[in-house]
Design a protein around this ligand. Structure first.
Ligand SMILES: [Zn+2]
Length: 217
C-alpha cells in the first residue's frame, strides 16, 4: 500500500511479496485488486514453485518471477516490482544507470545494471518464470551478488527490487526511482557527465554498509 503513496505505481500496477522461509511460502498481492482495498485476508499464499496454497483471489500475474527469485536466492525475504516512471525509462532505453553521485553510492558501488531484453524463446515460453531466470542468470553471468545489489532493471520491462524485509524492498524501489530520476537530470544538464570517483564511491558505501559504518538513519 506504500507503492501508490510513494508514486511508484498507478492503478493496480506493481506487486509486493514477502516470504516465510520456515514454511516455504510467500504472500503476494492479488491480481487486479486496487491498493486502497487491500487487506491481509486478500493476500494469496504461494509456495516457491508458484503453487497457490491459500487464498481466494488470483495471485499477481508476476508470481512466478517472485517464486524463481525466492527459490534461487536463499537470503531474500521480500520482492517488489513496479513500473515506476524513471527506472522504467532506463529499462526501456536498455541502459545501466551510471553511478553519478553519492546518493547512488550510499546504496551500491556500481551502476544499476539493465539486463538485455529477453529473447523470443523465453518470451514465448513460460514468460513470468523466464523473467525470474533472466534476472538470476544475469547476476550469475556478471558475478553480481544479490545481497550487495538489491535492484535490477529488466531490459525493455521495468525494475525489480528485494531485501530482507518488505519495508527494505519497498525502500529500495523508492531509492532506485530517485537515483534513476537524478541520473536522467544529470545527463540532461551535462551529457558528458562522468562516473563518480572511486574514493567517493568507497567512502559513501562503506560509511553506510562497511564494518566501520557510522551513517545514522
Ligand atoms: Zn512488469
Amino acid at each position: 500500500m506504500q507503492l501508490p503513496k510513494l508514486d511508484l505505481v498507478i492503478f493496480t500496477f506493481g506487486n509486493v511479496s514477502v516470504a516465510d522461509r520456515a514454511r516455504g511460502v510467500f504472500a503476494i498481492k492479488p491480481s487486479g485488486v486496487p491498493y486502497d482495498t487491500l487487506s491481509p485476508d486478500k493476500m494469496v499464499i504461494v509456495d516457491f514453485k508458484g503453487k497457490v496454497i491459500e487464498g481466494n483471489l488470483r495471485p499477481s500475474s508476476d508470481t512466478l518471477t517472485h517464486a524463481v527469485l525466492y527459490s534461487e536466492w536463499d537470503e531474500i525475504a521480500a520482492i517488489v516490482h513496479t513500473h515506476s516512471t524513471y527506472a522504467t525509462a532506463w529499462a526501456q532505453s536498455l541502459r545501466d544507470i551510471p553511478i553519478y553521485g553519492t546518493t547512488h553510492a550510499d546504496h551500491t558501488t556500481g551502476p544499476i545494471p539493465c539486463t538485455p531484453p529477453m529473447d523470443d524463446k523465453r518470451i514465448e515460453g513460460n514468460y513470468e518464470f523466464e523473467t525470474g531466470y533472466q534476472i538470476v542468470d544475469f547476476f550469475k553471468n556478471n558475478a553480481l551478488d544479490y545481497r550487495l545489489l538489491e535492484m535490477i532493471l529488466v531490459g525493455s520491462h521495468a525494475p525489480f527490487t528485494w531485501g530482507n524485509s518488505a519495508e527494505k524492498a519497498v525502500y529500495n524501489s523508492a531509492v532506485l526511482e530517485e537515483i534513476a530520476r537524478m541520473a536522467l537530470l544529470t545527463e540532461q544538464i551535462n551529457s558528458d557527465s562522468k562516473s563518480l570517483q572511486q574514493s567517493l564511491i568507497k567512502k559513501h558505501f562503506e560509511r553506510k554498509h562497511g564494518p566501520n559504518s557510522y551513517y545514522g538513519q
